[in-house]
Write a protein that binds this ligand. Sequence first.
Ligand code: MRU
Length: 405
Amino acid sequence: RKNVPLLELKYRPPTHLNTSPPTMSARTLEAIRYTPDHLQVLNQLVLPHETLFERVETIQDGHATIKTMKVRGAPAIAIVAALALAVDLSARHKKGEFPNAAAAVAFVSESLQYLKTSRPTAVNLFDAANKLLALVQERGKTATGAQEVVDAYVAAAEKMLVDDVQDNKNIGRFGAEYIFGQAKNKDNVRVLTHCNTGSLATAGWGTALGIIRDLHATGHLSHAYCTETRPYNQGSRLTAYELVYEGIPATLVTDSMASALLRSQPVAAVIVGADRVARNGDTANKIGTYQLAIVARHHGVAFVVAAPSTSVDLSIASGAEIPIEERAENEVVTVRGIVVPLPGEEAVREGEARTVQVAAKGISVWNPGFDVTPASLISAIVTERGVVLKKEGEDVFDMAAFLGK
Ligand code: MRU
């Protein structure tokens, strides 16, 4: 290969690389591909440059996929955990590993316990695990063999996938109606969102991004802004990708531009998702959410949380009880991307994936994955059952009353 002009050495991407920008909205983005006994998860670590689905066959695969954030987003985490166990359970049952119903129930119980150790903040995983365990324990009381327990578990896990999309569509509709109804200038409805709460974070459609989709679909959205969302860049890598994919008019800003944006643009609402909502409405969400809520309050902009009721944790009174995940230092000091040549750098291998250090070596790092926004800064919490508001003169929400509990 001597004397080959450098131009010819240009990196040729494998077929799964996303070589051209997504333009169509006919195809729906999906993070989770499931058919009975077969689960595949889109590796979000390599998005938006590559579309790489990876097979999940065991609970260990599911745990690692969640922990390393190949899949992320509160609802998607819970669904992947549930389905990873569904495929593992079925495979083991086919191999005759469960002599009776009790053995199958014991395996489900131990597996859910293990899957719950993957990530601590999003409550959806714990909610799903508790409900699935209660269901199989109940089924196990009357089952005459393991088959009935396996069938009951698999059906319930599969139902989560279907229900989540429907819940998101309802959140989208309720949230869009609320935001459009509140907007002062209905001809120029602009919104800002943080992190990624779309099809990639859920079974499909999305929560906060589902509201943006609904506003766009009904012709009520003028423009969406999304933050970069350092350090994992859910905003620039994933939300920006979804917005481009759907053809929604949108602009990316870095996290540090939010105040300047709200001062210079007539933004109607900041819309975010949730990883856990306490009984009083305090909300844990992606790090940076809290500062956006403060900025929104300062500028008199509505701050809207969008989440399914499975994100509400009635067992805790306030956000002070929410465990906040701290992640590895390397997520802050490095950035992964693909190589793009700068002027005068024709020799670089364009398109090649690289991880680069972006901080001074030796600096210590604090990397909490989430923060808690106090209920006092939240205007409304949109769920699949409707919009939760605070009572006149109150600073907190009554999530238990809203959910009828
Ligand atoms: O660390 P992540 O990417 O799992 O965090 C995701 C978020 O904080 C989302 O806003 C939240 O899970 C809602 S997703 C519908």
